[in-house]
Design a protein around this ligand. Structure first.
Ligand SMILES: Cc1cc2nc3c(=O)[nH]c(=O)nc-3n(C[C@H](O)[C@H](O)[C@H](O)COP(=O)(O)O)c2cc1C
Length: 324
C-alpha cells in the first residue's frame, strides 16, 4: 500500500506495465520525479514497417497512461494530466501530477482489478451473444475518454472482412513486414516482450480473419469451434488524426477494455486493416467519414473453462526511472 505520492506514482507506473500494446512492444518509458510521472515513447520499440507514423505505438502509450490513472484513482489520488506538454520534446507524451486526494469508490477498485486479469483472446467466441446493453457500456467508456466506438452493422461485416483480407494480403506480400512480425513473435518461453506463439491461434475459417502470427501463421492456441459468428465488431475512432488523438484513443481503448472485463466480455484488437493506408481509407468510408478509424475490436463471450496463457511483460527496472 503506497504511503507517499511518489510511492503511489511508482506503483502506478508498475501497474501500467500491464497495458496491452501493438505486438506487445511495450513502447514506453516512465520517469518519476517528485509528485509527477512522465510518460515517453521509447524510440527503440517503434515498428518502422507496421507503424511508420507511430499511430499504434502512441495509442499503446495512451493505454498505459489510462492504466496509470486507474491505479492512482484506486489509491485515492486525483490527478492532472498534461498531454504532449512540451512541443520541443514530441516523445514526451504526458505528465501526470497528483493533485489531491479523494475517497476510493467500488468502481475505482473494480477498474483497477480489471487491469490484473484483462488479456487478449484470439480464440473463436462461444455461441453466446453479446448483450446490446453491454455494447452501450463499451461505447460510453470510449466517449468518456474523448473517442468514439462505432459498432459495425451486420450488413457492413462483409465490407470489413474484405478490407481486413486485403490488408493481410498486402502485408504478407512484403518481406519487410514478415521480418518485423517474426522479430516480435516468440516461442512461449522467450523474453519479456513480443507475442508468444501460444497466445495465437493457427489459421482457421472466420467471418473476419485475424492476424496470423509466427512463421507461416503457426499459432498453437486451440481456436475452439465455429466461425466466430457471434463476434461483434466495433471501430475505435477519433475526431482528428494527430498524435494527441491517438493518445486519447489509447486512453479510451483502455477504458473500453477494462469495462469489457467487468461485463465478462472478451476483446481482441485488430490493427492490420488500419496499418495499411488503402484499407484504413476503406474503413473510413465504411464509417461514412464520421471520424478517423484507429482500431477494430472483435468483441464476444469467451470460453470460460480454459484460459489463454499470459503474455509476458518487461522488467520494471528497464522501464521505470526514479529521479531524486
Ligand atoms: C494498438 C494495438 C494493436 C493491436 N493489434 C493486434 C492485431 O492486429 N492482432 C492481434 O491479434 N492482436 C493485436 N493486439 C493485441 C496485442 O498483441 C496484445 O495486447 C499484446 O500481445 C499483449 O497481450 P495481452 O493483451 O494479452 O496482455 C493489439 C494491441 C494494441 C494495443
Amino acid at each position: 500500500m503506497p504511503t507517499t505520492d511518489t510511492d503511489a506514482l511508482i506503483a502506478a507506473a508498475e501497474a501500467a506495465l500491464r497495458a496491452p500494446s501493438i505486438f506487445n512492444t511495450q513502447p514506453w518509458h516512465w520517469r518519476v520525479a517528485g509528485n509527477a510521472l512522465e510518460l515517453s515513447a521509447d524510440p527503440q520499440r517503434q515498428l518502422p514497417v507496421v507503424d511508420p507514423d507511430h499511430r499504434m505505438t502512441t495509442l499503446s502509450c495512451g493505454i498505459a497512461l489510462h492504466h496509470a490513472r486507474t491505479a492512482l484513482a484506486a489509491e485515492g489520488r486525483t490527478t492532472e494530466v498534461d498531454r504532449l506538454p512540451d512541443p520541443a520534446r514530441p516523445g514526451l507524451l504526458a505528465r501526470i501530477r497528483v493533485a489531491g486526494r479523494q475517497p476510493v469508490t467500488p468502481a475505482d477498485i473494480r477498474r483497477y482489478e480489471s487491469t490484473l486479469i484483462r488479456h487478449t483472446d484470439r480464440r473463436l467466441f462461444t455461441d453466446r451473444r453479446v448483450p446490446a446493453e453491454a455494447v452501450d457500456g463499451l461505447r460510453r467508456a470510449a466517449e468518456g475518454e474523448g473517442a468514439h466506438l462505432f459498432l459495425v452493422r451486420p450488413e457492413d461485416t462483409p465490407v470489413l472482412a474484405s478490407a481486413v483480407s486485403q490488408a493481410q494480403a498486402t502485408q504478407l506480400a512484403d518481406p519487410a513486414y514478415r521480418a518485423e512480425l517474426a522479430r516480435w513473435t516468440h516461442p512461449a518461453e522467450a523474453g519479456g516482450s513480443g507475442v508468444p506463439i501460444d497466445t495465437a491461434t493457427p489459421p482457421t475459417s472466420r467471418t473476419v480473419p485475424v492476424r496470423e502470427f509466427g512463421i507461416e501463421g503457426t499459432g498453437v492456441l486451440a481456436p475452439g469451434e465455429g466461425h466466430d459468428e457471434t463476434a461483434v465488431y466495433a471501430v475505435l475512432a477519433g475526431d482528428g488524426d494527430s498524435p494527441r488523438d491517438w493518445l486519447r484513443a489509447g486512453e479510451a481503448l483502455s477504458a473500453v477494455l477494462l469495462t469489457a472485463v467487468s461485463e465478462d466480455l472478451a476483446v481482441s484488437p485488430m490493427s492490420d486493416v488500419i496499418e495499411v493506408a488503402a484499407t484504413r481509407l476503406r474503413l473510413g468510408r465504411m464509417l461514412s467519414g464520421i471520424g478517423y478509424p484507429f482500431l477494430v475490436l472483435r468483441v464476444g463471450v469467451a470460453e470460460p473453462a480454459t484460459r489463454v496463457p499470459a503474455t509476458p511483460r518487461r522488467d520494471p527496472a528497464e522501464v521505470i526511472e526514479v529521479s531524486s
